[in-house]
Design a protein around this ligand. Structure first.
Ligand code: COA
Length: 249
C-alpha cells in the first residue's frame, strides 16, 4: 500500500514546529557537523560515564553529539532546557523520557549509522526507527532465513546485485524498526514471526541519504510523517520513499 508522505519540511533548530496530533517528526542530523561533538555539558552523569567508555575518539564524539542533539530536539518540543531532561531505560535498553507531572507525553526513538542520525518524535505512542548503510552482505541468505518471514525471503531471492542489497537492508530496517518500536532487543527468536498485517504497526520506508535506507514503525497507524533536517540552514537530501503497511506478511 502506498500513500502520500509529506516531504522535507524544514524548521529552525530552536523553534521546532508544533507537533500536531497524528504526526511523527523525523529529524536527520550529521553527528560530525554539530557544535555538540565534544561538549558533554548537556549530558547526564550516566551519559558522560558511557561516553568515557568508548575506545575510539570518533565514536565517543558521535555518542556525545547524538545525545546532546536528542536533548536539544526534545527540549524544543517540551519548552525545557536540554540538561533538565531525564531518561529512563526499558528492559532491553530503550530510552524513554521521565515526565514531570502533567508534562506532555513525548515518545521518541533514535538510530545512527556512520555520522548520520535520525530522530523520530511523536505524541502518538511508541515509535521505532532504524537506518543502515547499503553494503555487501555475502551471508545475506542465512541472515534472512533467521530473521525474516518465508514470504520476505522468497521476495528477496527474486532480486540480485544492487537491488538485492537494497531490498535486504530495507527488510532489515523494517524488522529493526518494529523491534525498536516495541522496545525489544535481541530476542533469539525469529523476529519476523512476531509481526503480521494484523500487528497494529504501520511502517514507513525512507532514503535518508544516498546509499542509506531507513524505516520507521509506529503503533499508531495513519500517522503523518514530517521530515526535517538539522540544522535548518543545511541543504536537505532527505527523501521519503514510500509508505508501506503490513509488508511483512
Ligand atoms: C537495541 C537495538 C535494537 C539497537 O539497534 P542498532 O541497529 O544496533 O542501533 P541503532 O543505531 O539503530 O539504535 C541505537 C539507539 O536505539 C535506542 N535503543 C537502545 N536499545 C533499544 C531498544 N531495546 N529498543 C529500541 N531502541 C533502543 C537508543 O537510543 C540507541 O542509541 P544510543 O546508542 O545512542 O543510546 C539492537 O542492538 C538489537 O538488539 N537489535 C535486535 C537484533 C535483531 O534481532 N534483529 C533482527 C532483525 S531481522
Amino acid at each position: 500500500m502506498t500513500t502520500g508522505v509529506r516531504a522535507d519540511m524544514r524548521a529552525t533548530a530552536h523553534t521546532p514546529p508544533h507537533l500536531n496530533v497524528g504526526e511523527i517528526h523525523v529529524w536527520k542530523a550529521s553527528l560530525d557537523e554539530t557544535s555538540f561533538t565534544d561538549d558533554p555539558a548537556r549530558l547526564s552523569l550516566d551519559e558522560i560515564e558511557r561516553a568515557a567508555r568508548y575506545r575510539f575518539a570518533r565514536d565517543r564524539s558521535r555518542f556525545v553529539a547524538g545525545r546532546a542533539l536528542l536533548r536539544e530536539i526534545l527540549s524544543g518540543y517540551l519548552g525545557r532546557r536540554p540538561s533538565e531532561l531525564v531518561f529512563e531505560y526499558g528492559r532491553h535498553g530503550k530510552p524513554r523520557l521521565v515526565l514531570s507531572p502533567g508534562g506532555t507525553p513525548l515518545h521518541f526513538n533514535v538510530t545512527h549509522t556512520d555520522s548520520l542520525a535520525l530522530y523520530a518524535v511523536t505524541t502518538e505512542g511508541e515509535v521505532g526507527i532504524d537506518m543502515e548503510r547499503v553494503r555487501e552482505m555475502p551471508e545475506w541468505e542465512s541472515i534472512a532465513g533467521g530473521c525474516f518471514t518465508e514470504h520476505e525471503c522468497t521476495r528477496l531471492r527474486r532480486f540480485s546485485g544492487d537491488r538485492r542489497r537494497r531490498e535486504f537492508f530495507q527488510a532489515w530496517t523494517r524488522q529493526e524498526a518494529l523491534l525498536k518500536a516495541s522496545g525489544q532487543g535481541l530476542t533469539g527468536e525469529k523476529a519476523g514471526a512476531h509481526y503480521s498485517r494484523d500487528s497494529g504497526y504501520s511502517l514507513h520506508a525512507m532514503t535518508p541519504a544516498p546509499g542509506y535506507v531507513a524505516a520507521l514503525a509506529s503503533g499508531h497507524p495513519g500517522c503523518r510523517v514530517v521530515f526535517m533536517t538539522w540544522p535548518a540552514a543545511s541543504a536537505s537530501t532527505f527523501s521519503p520513499m514510500v509508505e508501506t503497511q503490513g509488508i511483512l506478511t
